[in-house]
Write a protein that binds this ligand. Structure first.
Ligand SMILES: [Zn+2]
Length: 77
């Protein structure tokens, strides 16, 4: 009996929690309730994408959002 019971029980639960959290983070970063509709290409760089995607990756999404915020701020003035 060299392994304490706690280790056997906690490990799979911790792993499941971490996986769930990273799945939710990924889903949120690509499925925002607001923003443009998918147009078959990246809104930031224009690269062709499969249906339903709006940016090729998180970096493109972040760049696009930065530009949008700049435009929104300029419109308010
Ligand atoms: Zn892109």
């Amino acid at each position: 009996m060299s392994i304490p019971d706690n280790d056997r029980i906690a490990d799979p639960l911790d792993r499941a929690a971490a996986e769930t959290e990273s799945m939710i983070t990924a889903a949120l970063s690509f499925r925002k309730p607001t923003g443009p509709l998918p147009i078959g290409e990246c809104h930031n760089c224009g690269a062709p994408l499969v249906d339903g995607l709006r940016w090729c990756n998180k970096a493109c999404c972040d760049d696009w959002e930065k530009e949008e915020r700049k435009l929104a701020a300029a419109e308010r003035e």
